[in-house]
Design a protein around this ligand. Structure first.
Ligand code: NDP
Length: 332
């Protein structure tokens, strides 16, 4: 049996990841670390976790813990990953991996050096819809891919209206929250790397202290594709989607930039519109399954640490472009 420790008594762990870990045969969550002892105990009790602790050292010294899931606020990920790697624990870390590229690279190097598996929790590449798009693009179903559009402007649920909106030092803002996911999804479906970014950000109603709650950006990929990205925390009725437009056809995905296993795809070309059938599957369960297989030496995690570095590099370039008004080259 493999025991997991949760680093961070977070919403995402309670809403999605506890269930995804417990869906794996032989895996369970045995400990949770919270910076607040009382909240940690309550969280453990509510979620049937055997022990709660108030320090990272205590969690990492627990011999029943072989893997950790890190879902604290973003400024804390780095030190926690480095400590987990040093303790020989496998690491599934939330996005964005860190607030700087140098930090994210250091985290990946530390895990590689310690010989532990590291993954980034980019859930969208586990969606049946995005996997289908990747497959069709690779098969040439739309000819040469030319453009992509990502619609990911949503309303941040009230129970999440905290640090994302008012704590720049914790890595708040919509770009580090949502744009990183878009970039990972585009890299996955296109099989290409982003090289340039331009963006304009908005601070319309929810975000404070210089943070942005909306952004429109354009990325250029190394296969020539231009990708348009629209992300927000402030929009209630836009709906989400992704479109990939190629020389001979377009793939249109609706309601696919989401945590839930839902959404529809159509292929539009000279033959008209063809609905694409996918078998929806829980995104987080699939992601954790790939991580657990990697622990057994079978295959790679769905999104590696290096994937997390790539998505962060592009998101930081978008942020920098928004701040400077310049086109920014994305660090390779
Ligand atoms: P939360 O705000 O729920 O949790 C983050 C931290 O805030 C926790 O570690 C906890 O600290 C503290 N906290 C949580 N609830 C309370 C509370 N009621 N009062 C005081 N402090 C509290 O964040 P999310 O779960 O939304 O996000 C956590 C991480 O996961 C981020 O890195 C985010 O980017 C990522 N994320 C990823 C998603 C994905 O699909 N891949 C989706 C959502 C988030 P402590 O542990 O010390 O108690």
């Amino acid at each position: 049996a493999i025991g997991w420790g949760l680093i961070g008594a977070s919403t995402i762990a309670a809403e999605h990841m506890l269930g995804a870990i417990r869906a794996q045969a032989g895996h369970d969550v045995v400990a949770v670390m919270s910076s607040n002892a009382r909240r940690g105990r309550e969280y453990a009790e509510k979620n049937a976790i055997a022990s709660a602790c108030g320090s990272l050292d205590e969690l990492l010294q627990n011999p029943a813990v072989q893997a950790v899931y890190i879902s604290t606020t973003n400024e804390l990920h780095k030190a926690q990953v480095l400590a987990a790697a040093a303790a020989g624990k496998h690491v599934l870390c939330e996005k964005p991996l860190a607030l700087t590229l140098a930090d994210a690279r250091e985290m990946v190097a530390a895990c590689a050096g310690a010989g532990v598996v590291m993954a980034t929790n980019h859930h969208l590449r586990n969606a049946a819809t995005h996997r289908k798009i990747r497959e069709l693009v690779a098969q040439g179903a739309i000819g040469k891919p030319l453009f992509a559009r990502v619609f990911h402007a949503v309303y941040l649920p009230e129970h999440l209206q905290g640090w994302r909106l008012d704590r720049p030092e914790a890595g708040g803002g919509v770009i580090l929250d949502i744009t990183v996911h878009d970039v990972d999804t585009l890299r996955f479906v296109l099989g290409a790397e982003p090289v340039d970014a331009v963006g304009l950000a908005q601070s319309a109603s929810l975000a404070r202290h210089g943070l942005e709650d909306g952004v429109m950006a354009v990325l250029r990929f190394d296969n020539g594709v231009l990708a348009q990205i629209h992300d927000a925390f402030t929009v209630k009725h836009a709906g989400t989607g992704i479109e990939i437009h190629g020389a001979t056809g377009s793939i249109i995905g609706r309601n696919v930039m989401t945590q839930r296993p839902v959404g529809e795809l159509v292929l539009r070309n000279a033959d008209g519109e063809t609905p694409l059938v996918v078998e929806h599957e829980n995104l987080y369960v699939r992601g954790v399954a790939a991580f657990c297989a990697a622990l057994r030496g079978q295959g790679q995690p769905a999104a590696s640490g290096a994937d997390g570095v790539r998505s962060l590099a592009a998101a930081l370039a978008v942020l920098q472009s928004c701040k400077t008004g310049q086109r920014i080259a994305i660090a390779p």
